[in-house]
Design a protein around this ligand. Structure first.
Ligand SMILES: NC(=O)c1ccc[n+]([C@@H]2O[C@H](COP(=O)([O-])OP(=O)(O)OC[C@H]3O[C@@H](n4cnc5c(N)ncnc54)[C@H](O)[C@@H]3O)[C@@H](O)[C@H]2O)c1
Length: 366
């Protein structure tokens, strides 16, 4: 996919993304329209200065700050924001800028899509995960209690500005978690990307600058592949479900961790565990060979720390999977690898086999 193909969706990636933002604000946002900005405290500290540059309109934007992390992605937080927007007299011709990770993008996109039946909004993603995934494809969400993304809308941002240099202030754990989504897209849709990334383990990746060509290529290719899939099925009726590879088990592990751990797993870390289980299921379903299974699982388990999924947690994991949005006719549906670089959707298994995949994952610790 060419760079122009990304620009068709007003997605700009690279060191000049902030220049593209300036042009967008000048040419596409009327001078009398208000601009407001949603962010969190850490992003404000690390990224706001770089964003402001010399743009007076951004300087003048009213800033709404939400608490950090997954716990902010609630209906209550969305309600609170809507109340603030109303009391501040925010009208429909306002542009909302979501500056932050996936939480800010998901929550801000959701609020923008429901407040007064829709404000214009753009994303400026500042984590790797948000740059390659959460800001792309027009899905918004908040969680319902500890169940992930149960409430949300499809709402396309007017632009997405991906500036890799924002990633310089991310910690290693967040970079690795974001990298899980690059691995996912490579496995389901881009063999060339898979061959490229598996040449690098994490210590090697860490030493490579975000200004360099490798990261730009990985970020751009991931976005391009995701867009190709989204364009074929924007409302996730069938094909787009493929992007959920690793996410059936991944969301269960993430939800479980949010409920039980003081320092819960990050989304990408849980998806990595989910990809291992679902790669195992792909092999079990005869869709990939054993060497392919071992190649993928070897890479993932070398890249991510092990999260124990002991036998006594399996019933609870299954219960969480039973609430998964992709399920059909009461059956838990998985996305599986169908060879390398391809996928199959809507495959269901007997719970016994699902437990087997969890036990297999757990056995990798040894
Ligand atoms: N809508 C979608 O299609 C989609 C796709 C994938 C994931 N998601 C969602 O994305 C969320 C996870 O996103 P995330 O991993 O970005 O988490 P996050 O938004 O919670 O950000 C992680 C942390 O990084 C900090 N941070 C952000 N940018 C920074 C920077 N440049 N420097 C230093 N710190 C920075 C934040 O303050 C936060 O503490 C999940 O809720 C997930 O469900 C949505």
């Amino acid at each position: 996919m060419s760079m122009d193909s990304l620009a068709e969706d007003k997605i700009f990636v690279g060191w000049d993304a902030l220049t593209a933002l300036e042009t967008f604000l000048q040419e596409e946002v009327p001078q009398n329209a208000k601009i407001i900005l949603l962010t969190d405290h850490t992003v404000k500290q690390h990224c706001l200065g770089k964003l402001f540059g010399s743009n007076q309109r951004l300087h003048d934007a009213r800033i709404y700050e939400i608490p950090e992390g997954e716990s902010a992605k609630t209906f209550h937080q969305a309600y609170d924001l809507c109340r603030h927007l109303l009391s501040d007299g925010i009208e429909k011709d306002t542009l909302l800028i979501n500056l932050g990770g996936g939480v800010v993008c998901d929550l801000g996109g959701f609020v923008a899509s429901i407040y007064k039946r829709g404000l214009g909004f753009i994303h400026i993603p500042t984590t790797l995960l948000a740059q390659v995934d959460a800001a792309i494809g027009g899905k918004t969400a908040v969680n319902l209690d500890t169940y992930k993304n149960q409430i949300g809308t499809f709402a396309k941002p007017a632009g997405v500005f991906v500036y890799p240099l924002f990633l310089n202030s991310l910690n290693e754990r967040q970079i690795r978690a974001g990298f899980a989504e690059i691995i996912k897209i490579a496995l389901i849709a881009d063999q060339a990307l898979w061959h490229l990334i598996r040449q690098y383990d994490f210590p090697a990746l860490k030493t490579i600058s975000f200004e360099g060509l490798l990261w730009s290529r990985m970020i751009r290719d991931s976005i391009g592949k995701k867009l190709e899939i989204v364009r074929q099925d924007p409302f996730e009726k069938h094909y787009r479900k493929g992007l959920n590879f690793g996410h059936t088990v991944g969301h269960a592990v993430e939800t479980y961790s949010l409920q039980h751990d003081r320092d819960p797993l990050l989304h990408g870390e849980a998806v990595a565990a989910g990809m291992i289980c679902e790669t195992y299921l792909s092999w079990k379903h005869n869709l990939i060979s054993q060497p392919e299974r071992d190649e993928v699982i070897g890479y993932l388990s070398g890249m991510f720390d092990h999260y124990p999924i002991a036998g006594e947690t399996h019933d609870e994991m299954l219960k969480i999977m039973q609430a998964d949005k992709k399920n059909k006719g009461g059956k838990i549906c998985f996305v599986l690898l169908d060879g390398m670089g391809r996928f199959q959707t809507d495959v269901s298994f007997d719970p016994k086999i699902i437990f087997e995949s969890l036990s297999y994952y757990n056995s990798l610790q040894a």
